[in-house]
Design a protein around this ligand. Sequence first.
Ligand code: FAD
Ligand code: UDP
Length: 383
Amino acid sequence: MSAETDAQQQERYDYLVVGAGFAGSVIAERLASQHNAKVLLIDRRPHVAGNAYDEPDEAGILYHKYGPHIFHTNAQSVVDYLSQFTEWRPYEHRVLAQVRGQLVPIPINRTTLNKLFGLDLKTDEEAADYLASRAEPVAEIKTSEDVVINAVGRELYELFFRGYTRKQWGLDPSELDKQVTSRIPTRTNTDDRYFGDTFQAMPKDGFTAMFEKMTNHPNITKRLGVDYRDVKDEVEYGHLVFTGPIDEYFDFRFGKLPYRSLKFDHQTLDQEQFQDVAVVNYPAEDVPYTRISEYKHLTGQQHPKTTITYEYPSAEGDPYYPIPRPENQELFKKYEALADATEGVTFVGRLATYRYYNMDQIVGQALATFRRMDERKSQGELQ
Ligand code: FAD
Ligand code: UDP
């Protein structure tokens, strides 16, 4: 009897946090360390770190199971927060695109123009004039096609963006919100870094090690390989934090929210290096994958072999990308209204708030969500 009572007592938590990616792990850590709350953190995958999960493969090479993750941010508060759990390896991401049989920098910069068109543009001004001569101004920029055509014109749009985007999203850029291709700048200088952020680095021992440190707290109990559906009636908890797909939480009441998926083909090759940079993009539509990533560039690992990943976009599979377009946003708004009216649950993260957010934005979102929970606690609304 007393063992049963103990077991029952162990099943009472202040919070149940569903999903151990950035959103769930940050919230769990904050609640455990700042509110001294007892937290049950679960994930249906057998590991923490969500899509940022990395692990050594059979050859001992650290690779990213769900595709290449590179940390970059302009938010010092996010860096400060994560730095409690990791040291950093300086790393600036560079990407080449295979276009017309050549490897050229993407984002498009002066080097790209010179290489691709056999030009000798020497200054930012010359490059700006050249792009202006090709650009086709769009009066009201709404779609992902408008963004690029407006900046660089149709030929460069077709070479670098149309095919890649059609493959990646299963939609033409004209059917996607402008935010998708707006992620990629156009440059007139020779800066060939993929990101312009003030802080660009990789967690020194990898993402998973950082997550372990974040979530190994005496107030956090982790259960991995467990779905919310299978525990929700078994454990008692005061409040739920849900970071999975919001439509799934509500049993697809208004219909399915579209998420884009990917298939990853990981390969370990018996050679020290495969390509010159961490990522090479393949925008041509007749190539079935979008990009190839080689991890040793990201991690700095020394190894006689190398591991690479081909990404094949797919409509089926784990939900990786919310698809930014007006009709999907409208459907999400219905779920959001339902979420707002649902007591006892907080929705946070890329899948639950249906936002195409990077890791740092999700950390920022989770920290802001915690601050609101903190206020509610001081007003006596939360335990
Ligand atoms: P997730 O990481 O998706 O975590 C949600 C977790 O919830 C998952 O582990 C899932 O298993 C779990 N879950 C869902 N439903 C349930 C349930 N019912 N029961 C139990 N568990 C559940 N961002 C960058 O900043 N830089 C990059 O270079 C970058 N590259 C990316 C590359 C790819 C291929 C992808 C897909 C994304 C990339 N991102 C990148 C984005 C980054 O992955 C996300 O911003 C971040 O992982 C979102 O964290 P999250 O916690 O919201 O979601
Ligand atoms: N994109 C493209 N060609 C490229 C790189 C990006 O068309 O060479 C478009 C494509 O639609 C892609 C989007 O820009 O989905 C955003 O690219 P990013 O590299 O940020 O995508 P993610 O890393 O999120 O997959």
